[in-house]
Design a protein around this ligand. Sequence first.
Ligand SMILES: [Zn+2]
Ligand SMILES: [Zn+2]
Length: 255
Amino acid sequence: MTAPGAGWRGWMAALQGELRGFLDWWLPPACPLCGQVLSERPVPPACPACRTAISPIPSPRCPLCEEPFLTEGGSDHLCEVCLRQPPPFTWCRSLGCYEDLLRLAVQRFKYQEAVGLDRCLGTLLAERLRAAVTEFAPAVLVPVPLHRERLRQRTYNQSLLLARTLGRRWHRPVAARLLERTRATPSQQGLSAEERRRNLRGAFVVRQPLDGARVLLIDDVLTTGATARECAATLLQGGAEAVAVAVLGRARRLR
Ligand SMILES: [Zn+2]
Ligand SMILES: [Zn+2]
C-alpha cells in the first residue's frame, strides 16, 4: 500500500533531481582548489588530483605531534621535542604536510577570505581523521580562539569555521566560546620555539568547567606546537580529561 503523500513526495524528489541536473549544467560544480569541473556524483569536496596531492604525512613520523622525519623508511618514533618535554595533548593529527597545494589552500582560507574553503578542507580532514576521532570520542570540539582585536581585523576565525564543518561531519558539538584568548599576542611568525612558548604563557582561559570531558582542539596549522600545548594545558587545568589536536597542515619545525 502506498503511504499518503508518497506520490507528492516522489514528484517533489523528481523535480529536485531535475533542478539539480539543470543547475549542474548551468553552473557545473568545480574543485575549490584547482577549478576543474567535478563530474562525480555526489559531488566530492575536491577533484581526485587535488585529493591525491594532499597526502597524509608518511612514516616515519612522531606519533604524538606528527613531526615528519626527513629520513626515508624506519618506524615511527618520538621526536626530540616530545622526548624532552611530552606534550599535554594525547595526539595531534593533520590532513598533511603544510607545503605545496595544502599550504596555498590554507593561506587562501586564512588570509584571502576564501571562506568557502572551510567545507572543502574540513570535509577532507573529517574523512581522514574519522577513525582516530571515533576512537578518541571527544565530547566537544574547541577551536583555537583569536583575540577579539585580531578577530575584528580579520572578521572571521578560520579555526571556528573549520570546527563547524568537522562538527557537522562527525555529529559532535562545537564550543565556540569555551576557550578564550585574553591577551593579544604578537604574531608567532619568525619566533623560535622557546620565544613562542613565552609569548603565549597565560594567554588563554577556560570559560566553563569541563567536568572530565574529552576535548578535540581544532587549529589550521601546527608549527612548533606552542599554541596547541598552551591551549591543551589550559583545557586540562579547566577540567578536561584529555585533549587531542586536529589541524589542516603540519609544518616542519624551524631548525
Ligand atoms: Zn582540484
Ligand atoms: Zn613529537
